[in-house]
Design a binder for this molecule. Structure first.
Ligand SMILES: Nc1ncnc2c1ncn2[C@@H]1O[C@H](COP(=O)(O)OP(=O)(O)O)[C@@H](O)[C@H]1O
Ligand SMILES: [Mg+2]
Length: 388
């Protein structure tokens, strides 16, 4: 059973549709990364789930409870923002205690002097201190509890913000680009920490990021949102290997996927240079445009004349364990990227003519509307025509 679900969430600002019928369901303890380019509506969706904003229509459920009508405070949802939003005049310990104090103490009990005189206040405060300390130990920030935000590094502030969000056992955890203020090394380290924390807490998490490598490396499932449409929700490997839409293929993967415009003939055959591919027979009627997609690791370098496509080396990008070869196709002037082992790129120089081959088993086809076309036994067709 899903523990958390969104159904058909719509939202417009001043007549502009920002969220266009977004639906998703999270299983117990699942970590979902919501990824998409800046401005696609990720923060808007998160704010709606948290109750900081309202959808025009749609449903938000936690367990079997509909949340849309509840205030932010009543949803028991925790949210961590990019800016952490810690209170600068409070210590780390006091910051972490805020949500507990808000929930457990009355307004009178929270007053600095009078509060201490009221019955029950001491006991509750001692409980809060214990919880804050336990949370701090689990995030390894107990030595920071007396420091104010100004006396902590970005990574430390980020952990305090996480502790503050986690301390009240939320039923759903929302994070909006919580790592984007950290420098690159710390960011990679913090990914692991958040995933660990999530595993220990077991709270379903919706994690927003514009960084596709963050989404792929952290999440159980990745939700790809483009222009307010949630295009695909699937495990990272499926999102990468088997994108359902051309925009997903384009957004996911570093270096980018190669996309080449081709034409389908009356028999459903897509011809690209010497490469001939069959789109599925059910799609064989039209002669429309199709886009051929192939990831750089499935493009091979050949001696000129042997490859399916004639090209010229433009430049090389050395990445250590691999090299990205940028090669311009002679026929259409498009630049293809090939990701190869350094040994395979040795001796290549800019301007050199080469041939490019694609692994036919890894070529994808996309229809004009961006939808994925099932590819027929591509390799069989390729092999037949390669000789003929
Ligand atoms: N309160 C608002 N009023 C008007 N437009 C808004 C408001 N909040 C967000 N938008 C617009 O909605 C779009 C999506 O914004 P946002 O959800 O912040 O994107 P993301 O978090 O994916 O970068 C943007 O074009 C933004 O300008
Ligand atoms: Mg945002």
């Amino acid at each position: 059973m899903s523990v958390f679900s969104l159904r058909d969430i719509n939202k417009s600002f001043a007549g502009n549709a920002i969220l266009k019928g977004v639906s998703l369901e999270a299983e117990a303890g699942e970590f979902i990364a919501l990824v998409g380019p800046s401005g696609c509506g990720k923060s808007t969706l998160l704010r709606i789930v948290a109750g900081l904003d309202h959808a025009d229509s749609g449903e938000i459920r936690i367990g079997d409870r509909e949340m849309s009508k509840l205030t932010a405070a009543d949803r028991n949802i925790a949210m961590v923002f990019q800016s952490y939003a810690l209170y600068p005049h409070l210590t780390a310990g006091q910051n972490i205690a805020v949500p507990l104090a808000m929930r457990k103490l009355t307004g009178m009990q929270r007053l600095p002097l009078i509060g201490t005189l009221l019955p029950g206040q001491r006991q509750i405060c001692a409980d809060i201190q214990r919880q804050v300390h336990a949370m701090a130990v689990s995030l390894k920030i107990d030595h920071l509890l007396d420091r104010k935000p100004g006396q902590m590094s970005g990574g430390q502030r980020q952990r305090v913000a996480l502790a503050r969000a986690m301390v009240r056992n939320p039923s759903v955890f929302l994070m909006d680009e919580p790592l984007s203020n950290l420098d690159a090394n710390l960011r990679v380290h913090a990914r692991g920490e958040i995933v660990d924390l999530h595993r220990r807490a077991g709270v379903p998490t919706l994690y927003v990021t514009h960084d596709q490598s963050e989404a792929l490396s952290m999440a159980d499932r990745v939700a790809v949102m483009i222009s307010g449409n949630l295009l695909q929700l699937a495990p990272p490997q499926v999102i990468y290997d088997d994108p359902s839409h051309i925009e997903v293929a384009r957004f996911i993967g570093q270096p980018r996927i190669n996309l080449l415009l081709g034409k389908k003939d009356l028999h459903g055959i897509v011809q690209f240079g010497a490469l001939r591919l069959a789109s599925s027979s059910s799609d064989a009627q039209g002669d429309g445009s199709v886009t051929l997609g192939v990831r750089p690791e499935f493009v091979r370098l050949r001696v000129e004349g042997q490859g399916a496509l004639a090209a010229r080396v433009e430049r090389l990008e050395f990445l250590g364990s691999e090299v990205i070869v940028f090669a311009k196709l002679a026929a259409i002037g498009e630049t293809m990227l090939a990701k190869v082992a350094p040994g395979d790129a040795r001796g290549l120089v800019a301007g050199q003519p080469i041939g490019l081959d694609m692994d036919p088993a890894h070529v994808m086809l996309f229809a004009e509307d961006g939808g994925r076309l099932p590819a027929a036994p591509v390799s069989a067709v390729l092999r037949e025509t390669a000789h003929g």
